[in-house]
Ligand binder design. Structure first.
Ligand code: GAL
Ligand code: CA
Length: 356
């Protein structure tokens, strides 16, 4: 019966091939092709990946890294969740029905981890969350689930130190000479562990270094360049030169703020405004080189993408998730890729991260 079935399968493939103009010797060729593709399917497990939205600047680099690292190793089923958690939940169900061997999930809403975990648990499927960290409880609730990302607070501390160094090196930036640093802060998505930690720790680090601060504005620009520009437009109109520092939870918003400042005549002649971000994406590096941005914090997209592929591939193959890798798991079942301060002095490190 089995033999008959496979014969029928081969025959139907031959027909399909001939129909597509595959040539006369299809029969023997096809036998080996079929075998190769079966072997391929075993060697290249299907991994279901979601990105919370494709048009997030930084995540587009993580996505590229994932695609590059999965090449010839896994078959990716890649989804744009379009910033819609309900859509992502459906995508997860769809991927499960397509027979993926593991899931790599960049949540839309960090609170939704439990929903995804329960779907995966039902079919005993491993889940690797990346970039948006689920709560400790959620991660602990399922043996076959892990996190790949960073230590969010580290980016805030590094950014804070970067601000302190620059502020101390430039006494003239205290424009009203009151000894205080008057700042505006563009925050990422509220409730996102990175946004919360960066906001908290960057300011706390400045204060812990003995610098007094005054918050003029703090609002969310949702990681987005256009929103960052709109907010900055409004803040310049309201506070003008009383603003002494622009602190941004990521580079996309910093780039938006820089556009707004440029339109107001900043960065020409003596008119200057210090701006810092996080991610160290190529467009930000260009601004650092041009002297329009004080610095950024490298959020290592290449290694986060690589770790995501390594771990979810091992999981898909039922191996120990760290097998053959140099990653380490912490006590929360997380692989954390380190952040790095980036200024003009060491900009090459960040550039190298983005050169293939
Ligand atoms: C952060 C990154 C932001 C944004 C966010 C999305 O790590 O710094 O730019 O991409 O992830 O979750
Ligand atoms: Ca001041």
């Amino acid at each position: 019966m089995r033999k008959l079935l496979s014969l029928l399968l081969v025959l139907s493939l031959v027909f399909a091939l001939v129909a597509c103009g595959g040539g006369e010797q299809a029969s023997t060729e096809n036998d080996s092709q079929e075998q190769a593709s079966t072997e391929n399917a075993e060697a290249m497990p299907k991994i279901g990946v979601t990105i919370y939205k494709f048009d997030d600047n930084f995540m587009s680099f993580v996505r590229r890294a994932i695609e590059k690292d999965a090449k010839d190793k896994a078959e990716l089923v890649l989804n744009d969740s379009q910033n819609d958690q309900a859509k992502q939940n459906e995508q997860v169900e769809m991927m499960i029905s397509k027979g993926v061997k593991s899931l790599a999930i960049n949540l839309v809403d960090p609170q939704a981890a439990a929903t995804i975990i329960s779907k995966a648990k039902e079919v005993d499927l491993p889940v690797v969350f990346f970039n948006k960290e689920p709560s400790e409880e959620d991660l602990a609730s399922y043996e076959k689930c892990w996190y790949v990302g960073t230590d969010s607070s580290e980016s805030g501390v590094i950014q804070g130190k970067l601000i302190v160094d620059a502020w101390k090196a430039h006494p003239e930036w205290d424009k009203n000479s009151d000894g205080k640093l008057q700042y505006v802060l563009l925050k990422g998505e509220p409730g996102h562990p990175d946004a919360e930690a960066r906001t908290k720790y960057s300011v706390e680090t400045i204060v812990s270094e003995g610098i007094q601060v005054e918050e003029l504005e703090l609002q969310t620009g949702m990681w987005d360049s256009v929103k960052g520009k709109e907010l900055m437009d409004a803040w310049i109109a309201k506070h003008g030169d009383n603003i002494e520092f622009v602190i941004c939870n990521n580079d996309a918003m910093a780039l938006g703020a820089i556009n707004s400042l440029k339109a107001e005549g900043y960065f020409e002649g003596e008119k200057f405004m210090p701006v810092v971000g996080v991610d160290a994406i190529p467009d930000a590096l260009t601004q650092i080189e041009a002297g329009l941005m004080v610095g950024s914090v490298l959020n290592d997209a290449a290694n986060q993408g690589k770790a995501t592929v390594d771990v979810s591939l091992n999981a898909a193959q039922g191996k120990d998730i760290l097998e053959g890798t140099e990653w380490k798991l912490d006590d929360k079942k997380a692989v954390r890729v380190p952040y790095l301060p980036i200024t003009l002095d060491n900009i090459q490190i960040a550039k190298d991260c983005y050169s293939e």
